[in-house]
Design a protein around this ligand. Structure first.
Ligand code: BGC
Length: 381
């Protein structure tokens, strides 16, 4: 019997089903309301060749939804957030937003750079101690970005661009910023940040997704198993500002060097935990290289099997366990966001770096390019 034609048919069939599994990536766009000034806000839906999808708005660069499979292959939205832009404008603890010009806290809202002192908004008061948080009153999370849908290597992306004017929120220099979100076909959310300036300025960009790998609205995050590749944290004072020391995690509630449930030591009798209250701290990552993408953290959620790996070029990671969620904000699914029902893993330079000479510098100068990449990789087991 001549097998050749038969083999030809099998090959074609296999190729056909492979093509069906790899659908073309798409970026769709629809209206998402308007700002208070009446500017139209859009919502972009990125879908990769594997069916993973993300909804992102050009208001604050906010990621509204992220659908990833569980161990049965069932897609579920793993982000906290709202259904309308009005709710994001009214009140949000930075759900899903792009954070800048300087993510995390600046002590007393003040810094001195090249002999000049700059004064910023005091928009946060942990322990009744005022500081600047996440860029001030009108940070990058509360402005409209120019958005351009992009597709590269059959992966959908959204390129967000904005020039933050000289003096905006008290920061020096016109800062030209581009942040591109990608959904790669390796089931990764890849975030590329780029910025240039015409005056020296601190820059520390990050992204503030609140994750719940059980699915948005499906209870607390305490059973998520977390590993952080960081053997030191930057201990804080009552105002959540680093003291400048580095503290080894060994033998403390901050030891996530091996997989540990987020809830295991979250209420430990420990001064740093009391300041949080709970985990709201910055880990210095154990990096092998200066600027390669390295694994910073892994989260495994046992009931759904979802796994999220965080890879970054940044030196530090803020783990925030949703300690300020108190049931007053009602989310996408109509349920109130209760205490610790979402967590953030924000890649960045450590808080208050601009006032901490021993921390890696956050200063960007004219002629330099700020460039950094973070990847959240999803799988299930
Ligand atoms: C900070 C928290 C803060 C939260 C705002 C996080 O990045 O670490 O202290 O309360 O952002 O929602």
């Amino acid at each position: 019997m001549n097998l050749k034609p038969l083999l030809g048919i099998i090959a074609a069939t296999t190729l056909g089903s492979a093509l069906m599994a790899e659908q073309p990536s798409t970026v769709a766009m629809r209206a998402f309301g308007q700002t208070k000034a009446g500017e139209p806000v859009m919502l972009y839906t990125l879908t990769n060749a594997k069916g993973l999808s993300a909804d992102i708005t050009n208001y604050g660069g906010i990621m509204v939804r992220l659908l990833v499979p569980d161990r049965e292959g069932k897609l579920g939205d793993i982000l906290l957030g709202y259904n309308t832009v009005d709710e994001y404008i009214a009140k949000t603890p930075y759900f899903g937003a792009l954070i800048g010009r300087v993510g995390n806290r600046i002590a007393h809202g003040k810094f001195t750079l090249d002999g000049q002192t700059y004064t910023l908004a005091l928009n946060d008061h942990p322990g009744d101690i005022p500081c600047n948080l996440h860029g001030g009153n009108l940070g990058f999370d509360k402005v409209l970005w120019q958005a351009e849908p992009v597709i590269k290597d059959n992966a959908p992306g959204l390129k967000l661009h904005r020039v933050s004017p000289d003096g905006e929120e008290g920061f020096p220099g016109n800062l030209d910023v581009t942040v591109t979100y990608w959904l790669t076909n390796a089931n990764e959310l890849k975030i590329e940040y780029r910025a240039t300036t015409d005056k020296a300025t601190p820059v520390n960009l990050t992204q503030h997704n609140y994750y719940n790998l059980r699915g948005d609205g499906n209870g607390d995050i305490l059973g998520h198993i977390l590993t952080i590749n960081g053997s030191q944290t930057t201990p804080v004072n009552a105002g959540l500002i680093p003291t400048g020391e580095l503290a080894p995690v060994a033998g403390t509630p901050f030891d996530f060097l091996t997989p540990t449930p987020m809830g295991k030591n979250i209420n430990a009798d420990n001064q740093q935990i009391k300041y949080g209250p709970g985990f709201d701290h910055n880990w210095v990552l154990d990096r092998k290289t200066a600027k390669e993408l390295e694994l910073a953290a892994t989260v495994y959620e046992p009931t759904t099997g979802r796994v999220m790996e965080v890879w970054t070029q940044e030196p530090a990671l803020q783990f925030y366990a949703g300690n300020f969620l108190d049931g007053t904000l009602v989310g996408k699914n109509g349920k109130p966001y209760q205490y610790r029902t979402g967590f953030c893993l924000e890649t960045q330079h450590s808080p208050d770096s601009i006032n901490q000479p021993t921390f890696p510098s956050t200063v960007l100068r004219p002629g330099e390019v700020y460039s950094t990449v973070t990847v959240y990789r999803f799988s299930a087991k």
